[in-house]
Design a protein around this ligand. Structure first.
Ligand code: UGA
Length: 461
């Protein structure tokens, strides 16, 4: 089938590539001309492992253009995958969605069979209804059914998540659902070839297709992200209690996770979640509920816990070093997690600023995200692409993301370079041998005395 995708961020480009890989002809519209030029040459605008190879392998079915009119000819569905960043009050800014809708409607031709308009972007509940109203107003002669088809892919493994999803959610009227069922058939039936150099994942069952009303589909996306974020904040609080009670978080979560009602995923304690989704979507859900007269207390607590969790590193550093002023602190990992170059709402960025504000000399390293980090941190910290340089002469190192480049370092590597081998493991990811060979502090590993710095002082900054 012929489909169009509007927007070339993580969700748009991955969705487009996955649909092309599954056999569809996909026209991608992106308003940024430079971006289109480099996409035509096969370069994604962000780092995502294997995406460029997959784009190259299905290049015949993947077209990029700045023209909506060109992209819409003969398409059965148009996926809107533009950004929905947070506004100042936490609610989602839909200006890019509205502009996409207008462009789509203005560029429909009468000879077309009207395509289904599908929101892939995470949008507030009721946006699909508003889009349907807007289309009725702008193009009364057209009949575009509107569907919500939220995306659950994770950065760092986005193509795999798109081709092997757990579930496909389709919300909207039957006419829209029928087209989307058809589009997703190759993915549901797994009739596509494995990605270059891979096999279909062993033991993965084919996805269930969940067909619901549009509002439920829209809300499910927020609820899923907010639930996962709450889980992380919950486990981080358990870790904080472990530190005070002398228990071990890994043992506690192993026992919790062995209960199938709980499960073991998303129970990793550390500096908390970041990225372009959890922080934004939790705030948007909280704001959405409040606008409709409901105080979502649990989500609000999860947000607060997450925002303070990263500063526990600061407490530990201040406690072990007797203050951070004038100390050289190496931050290992600047992206919000391993496998991406995305620094949006990364705990490391907030921590780097807080350390610098207290007079620490911060040196940040990341295998992929230095260029993006430079844009947000500018002159606040020194940035390097050399782990050796980051650790040389450091008074302490903080592991902020679990990139394999860091997990493969042995204790001697730290000891040989650092002034004092204090290593704070912000992801509880370092192997046992490293933990034994350095002055190690994890999260919820027990036996940690109360930090002396007052939390209120930290929060005040
Ligand atoms: C998240 C969701 O997992 C996806 O299902 C969703 O589609 C996506 O948001 C989105 O809305 O677009 P992503 O932001 O790529 O995906 O990253 P995750 O792998 O979920 O991690 C989010 C953050 O939580 C990271 O900072 C990670 O380090 C942190 N995390 C994750 C923990 O601190 N502990 C955990 O146990 C798991």
């Amino acid at each position: 089938m012929k489909v169009a995708v509007v927007g070339c961020g993580y969700v748009g480009l991955t969705t487009a590539t996955a649909l092309a890989w599954a056999g569809h002809r996909v026209n991608v519209v992106e308003i940024d001309e430079r971006r289109v030029a480099s996409l035509r040459e096969g370069h994604p605008p962000f780092f995502e492992a294997h995406l460029d190879e997959a784009m190259a392998a299905c290049a015949r079915r993947l077209r990029f253009s700045t023209s909506h009119a060109e992209a819409l000819v003969g398409t059965r569905a148009v996926f809107i995958a533009v950004g929905t960043p947070a506004s100042k009050d936490g609610s989602a800014d839909l200006s890019q969605v509205w502009s996409a809708v207008e462009q789509i409607v203005c560029n429909l031709t009468r000879s077309n069979v009207d395509p289904v308009l599908v929101t892939k972007s995470t949008v507030p509940v009721g946006t699909g209804d508003d889009i349907a109203d807007r289309i009725r107003h702008l193009a009364p002669h057209h009949q575009l059914p509107v569907a919500s088809n939220p995306e659950f892919l994770r950065q760092g493994r986005s193509l795999r998540d798109s081709l092997y999803p757990d579930r496909i959610v389709i919300g909207g009227p039957e006419r829209a659902r029928a087209v989307l069922r058809e589009i997703y058939r190759p993915i549901v039936e797994r009739s596509f070839e494995p990605l270059p150099g891979t096999t279909h994942p062993y033991g993965h069952t084919t996805p269930s297709v969940i067909e619901v009303d549009r509002r439920s589909a829209e809300l499910a996306k927020y609820a899923a992200n907010a639930f996962l974020a709450t889980r992380i904040s919950f486990v981080n609080e358990v870790a904080n209690v472990c530190d005070r009670l002398g228990a071990d978080i890994d043992s506690v979560t192993a026992i919790m996770g062995a209960d199938p009602r709980i499960g073991s995923h998303f129970l990793h304690a550390g500096v908390g979640y970041g990225g372009s989704c959890f922080p934004k979507d939790t705030r948007a859900l909280h704001q959405l509920a409040r606008m409709h007269g409901y105080e979502f207390a649990l989500v609000s607590a999860a947000i607060r816990v997450n925002e303070s969790q990263r500063f526990r590193v600061l407490e530990r550093l201040a406690w072990t070093l007797g203050g951070v002023e004038g100390r050289r602190i190496a931050l290992l990992g600047l992206a919000f997690k391993a496998g991406t170059d995305d620094v949006r709402e990364a705990p490391s960025i907030a921590l780097a600023r807080a350390l610098a504000a207290r007079g620490a000399n911060v040196i940040g390293h990341d295998p992929r995200a230095v260029a993006n980090a430079r844009q947000v941190l500018q002159k606040v910290v020194v940035l390097t692409t050399s782990i050796d340089e980051a650790l040389r002469g450091a008074d302490a190192a903080v592991l902020m993301t679990e990139w394999p480049d860091y997990l493969s370092l042995d204790a001697q590597y730290y000891r040989a370079r650092m002034r004092r081998p204090i290593v704070i493991d912000g992801r509880n990811a370092l192997p046992e041998a490293v933990r034994r060979g350095v002055e190690y502090y994890g999260f919820g590993r027990g036996a940690l005395r109360q930090p002396t710095i007052e939390r209120s002082r930290v929060a005040a900054d």
